[in-house]
Design a protein around this ligand. Structure first.
Ligand code: NAD
Length: 635
């Protein structure tokens, strides 16, 4: 039999973990197979309920399979673990929300990941051999797989105690603490299973349940509440007295990872009050995501499982050394890497794969979206489906993104894609174009029953590659809501500026500032040269004084000075001078139409026009510096 056996038996869907030699530890493949089974059985009328059990005497499931996690993380590859946890937590959430009864038979050890595939079910059965625990702090993790929710819901301060010490719950304890519901001796399980298979009736579990043994933890409740009532681990330690119980608890805590223990207390406190598993999993994921890169996960596994020397060298050596900020850093949001439990994958058509479009499309592919791409220049993007026309990219797409040179091209492309788009889909134009073109396209989409957003960007190629662009969006609330998760992937910030055209309006105002500041930054370097001032010194002063700006600090036009920018690459664009001229022209058009006074913007436009004519075409817009150094402007 394979390491997991998934089948329909009689009236039930049955999942049997079958790695008894590895205490049924969950591999990534097992996680995915359980996930698939849950998807398949949720709406399958043949399946009245699900039964999850396991082969072997010792364990239902001793946790996640740590070997591959360790091998990859110790080699510096943190992505495997993150993928494993992400998919495991999605499966845990599916199980917790499963629309049919879910019965788990938990004999022997049920630890960590094992809790995640059993204790979120509706009917959790324990027996005389059951021992349930969340021992993650021992290996540099925190209680996860939704375990933090179960801990937070346990009576009094049991959650803090169980989550930090990894103490084992026997059958009576597990029922007392809310990790199990029914006690049925293991000798009766074959009979129970047969009845379930035959009838598909979950009330058979109630019929066979017996009175559980007394809970030893219940007897310690008062002691536990008193000792573990503090807000932080330091508060808790300060409250320990010199009773044998406290000494034993302190000794157990001393064996765990200090950062994990401190974070587990914070985690249980944050999760207390939640009633659903999703926010708990999201909090847990923040820690596990960082556990190998910033925490002690690799060292924890090495000491406990690989070398078995039980002598871990934790990054923060003792509980007393852990500061609040250390915990905050492990539990703070992950931005676009935060755990997403909703199925957010979309079909996306991406048109225009130049300097900006290609890396933007690449980031969407990396985030798991199905992307079809088209560019007249025949450019393709790894992992995306290259198609032959713009209309092909738009057919079936939930969202069509355009990243094109100008408004005239946008209007042509829109004419081609709008008729091909499915009803309700959203056209997101990220190019910089005139407000009029943006509004025309928005009107066409509206007439065709589609949504649209004009969403030009700031941040340049570096931002497009790193996924840190800023989006300035114009369109309805509904359209913005559709596009926003994609802005989250391609950028770090999206501002909903108003109705159709508002994004382009914000963009041209922004770029008028950029054009003028780049010119004056270049003028300052050219003047500094003439005054015999070292460029680096000039940067050191201006970048930290009132002369600082994005042009100076992030995109310095002087080669070898400041962060790497197109000036360090012979002024290859980057952001081409002719595109800056385009934006400055757009700003002037808009200023004329609105009767706004923009003399400096006008002068910047004239200077870029002269520069583009005089050798600047195809150069980065920061090449204004060598241009100015060589010639005097009277314009
Ligand atoms: P680019 O010239 O590198 O890319 C444009 C792409 O569009 C090219 O690959 C071209 O082949 C393709 N294209 C042209 N006509 C097409 C058509 N009909 N169908 C399909 N593809 C077509 O330009 P870019 O630097 O990627 O800039 C794209 C847009 O983003 C512009 O509007 C620009 O103003 C804006 N922008 C650029 C930057 C930057 O730093 N480069 C920054 C912010 C905004």
């Amino acid at each position: 039999m394979a390491e997991i056996d998934i089948r329909i038996e009689g009236k039930i869907g049955r999942v049997t973990l079958n790695r008894p030699d590895a205490l049924n530890a969950l591999t990534y493949d097992m996680v995915l197979k359980i996930d698939d089974a849950l998807d398949a059985w949720a709406n399958d009328d043949r399946v009245a309920l699900i039964l999850i059990d396991a082969v072997g005497d010792k364990a239902f499931c001793a946790g996640g399979d740590i070997q591959q996690l360790y091998d990859t993380a110790s080699a510096g590859d943190y992505e495997y673990g993150r993928k494993f946890w992400r998919d495991e937590y999605r499966m845990n959430a599916k199980l917790a929300n499963f629309p049919k009864p879910c019965i788990a038979l938990m004999h022997g050890f049920t630890m960590g990941g094992g809790v995640g595939v059993s204790c979120h079910g509706s009917h959790r059965v324990v027996c005389e051999s059951s021992q349930i625990s969340m021992p993650e702090c021992g290996i540099g993790l925190v209680p996860d797989v939704g375990g933090s929710l179960l801990l937070a819901q346990a009576p009094g301060r049991l959650g803090e105690y169980l989550g930090t010490t990894g103490a084992r719950m026997k059958a009576g304890d597990a029922i007392y603490c809310g990790f199990a519901d029914y006690y049925i001796p293991q000798t009766d399980w074959a009979e129970l299973t047969a009845r379930l298979v035959e009838t598909g009736d979950y009330t058979r579990v109630d019929e066979m349940a017996q009175t559980p043994p007394a809970s030893a933890l219940e007897a310690q409740q008062e002691q536990i509440d008193k000792a573990f009532g503090g807000e932080t681990i330091n508060d808790i330690l300060n409250g320990f007295d010199d009773s044998d119980w406290c000494l034993a608890a302190a000794k157990t805590l001393g064996r765990g990872c200090p950062l994990s223990i401190a974070a587990s207390i914070a985690l249980v406190h944050r999760v207390r009050g939640f009633t659903s598993i999703e926010p708990a999993l999201k909090q847990e994921f923040r820690f596990t995501y960082r556990s190998a890169s910033d925490g002690d996960f690799v060292e924890g596994i090495r000491a406990a499982i690989v070398d078995k020397d039980r002598n871990p060298k934790w990054k923060i050596p003792t509980l007393r050394d852990v500061r609040d900020i250390d915990v905050t850093k492990m539990l703070m949001p992950l931005g676009k890497n935060d755990l997403k439990l909703e199925d957010t994958h979309m079909k996306i058509g991406f048109i225009g794969l130049g300097n900006m479009g290609a890396p933007m499309a690449r980031n969407l592919v990396a985030a798991g979206h199905a992307v079809s791409v088209f560019d007249v220049a025949g450019i393709s993007v790894e992992g995306a489906n290259t198609v032959q026309t713009a209309a092909d990219a738009a057919t079936e797409a939930d969202v069509v993104i355009t990243m094109l040179p100008n408004g005239a091209i946008l209007r042509n492309v829109a004419g081609e894609v709008i008729p091909a788009m499915k009803s309700g889909a959203c056209l997101v134009d990220c190019s910089t174009v005139d407000v009029e073109s943006a509004r025309t396209v928005a009107e066409q989409t509206r007439a065709a029953g589609l949504l649209s957003v004009d969403a030009p960007v700031s941040g340049g190629i570096g931002g497009a590659e790193a996924g840190t662009l800023t989006f300035m969006a114009g369109g309805s609330e509904a359209a913005f809501a559709v596009a926003n998760p994609l802005f989250d992937i391609m950028g770090q910030k999206a501002v909903h500026c108003g109705d159709a055209g508002a994004g382009q309006a914000a963009k041209i105002c922004n770029n008028m500032i950029l054009g003028a500041t780049m010119i004056v930054t270049c003028e300052a370097f050219a003047l500094a040269d003439k005054l015999g001032l070292d460029r680096q010194k000039m940067f050191d002063v201006a970048s930290t004084s009132s002369g600082y700006s994005w042009s100076m600090n992030a995109y310095c036009p002087a080669p070898g000075v400041g962060p790497t920018s197109p000036s360090d690459n012979d002024y290859k664009p980057g952001f081409a001078a002719e595109l800056m001229l385009k934006d400055l022209n757009l700003a002037q058009q808009a200023a004329e139409a609105a009767d706004a006074s923009t003399p400096l913007g006008q002068h910047a436009r004239d200077m870029y026009a002269a520069f583009v004519e005089d050798g600047g075409l195809g150069m980065d817009f920061s090449a204004m510096l060598p241009h100015l150094s060589n010639q005097k402007y009277d314009a």
